[in-house]
Design a protein around this ligand. Structure first.
Ligand SMILES: [Zn+2]
Ligand SMILES: [Zn+2]
Length: 169
């Protein structure tokens, strides 16, 4: 009697356009996360909160819906959380080990606010993988900028489409 060893390896993958996947991590890589799909918002933010939080002239900020985000590191105790304040109504997430500021969640709008700087790079170009899927559409809070960025994108003195558009290149 012979056993039937024919393993059917017919994994016919239908070529459907799959949503982009982005992988993020903190400086020490104790924290990592995955984002599936395209961002709701992609902007360069020049606000003083982003400047102070990140020690940077401006940041490339991304908003993703809660459903796009999942943690991928194993140690659930690796995340430090700060509760919202009246001036900043967001829950803030940091790495407990390297203290990197990862991002923040807003339970009202159900969005994650994250930074592209944490996302995985393409090993050949060193550019952020699939950057064309997360390209910024505007500069916001441009009045508190630390440098001019004449890149042709719209400049707003507050949030995109909710404030005054500045007549600047
Ligand atoms: Zn870390
Ligand atoms: Zn900002």
């Amino acid at each position: 009697m012979e056993a039937d060893n024919t393993t059917t390896t017919t994994t016919s993958t239908t070529p459907e356009p799959s949503p982009p996947v982005f992988e993020g991590s903190c400086f020490c890589r104790s924290l990592s996360w995955r984002l599936e799909g395209e961002p709701l918002i992609s902007i360069y933010c020049h606000c003083t909160i982003c400047q102070r939080m990140n020690g940077a002239a401006f940041v490339h900020g991304l908003h993703f819906p809660f459903s796009s985000f999942s943690w991928t590191h194993s140690n659930s105790d690796a995340v430090a959380i700060s509760q919202p304040t009246s001036s900043h109504p967001w829950v803030i997430y940091r790495c407990k080990t390297c203290h990197s500021y990862i991002g923040a969640t807003n339970s009202n709008s159900k969005v994650w606010s994250l930074k592209s700087a944490h996302l995985k790079r393409d090993p050949t170009t060193n550019l952020i993988k699939d950057f064309d899927k997360i390209k910024p559409t505007a500069h916001i809070f441009y009045k508190t900028r630390m440098l001019d960025v004449p890149d042709g994108l719209p400049k707003w003195d507050g949030y995109e489409n909710q404030s005054n558009r500045l007549d600047l290149p």
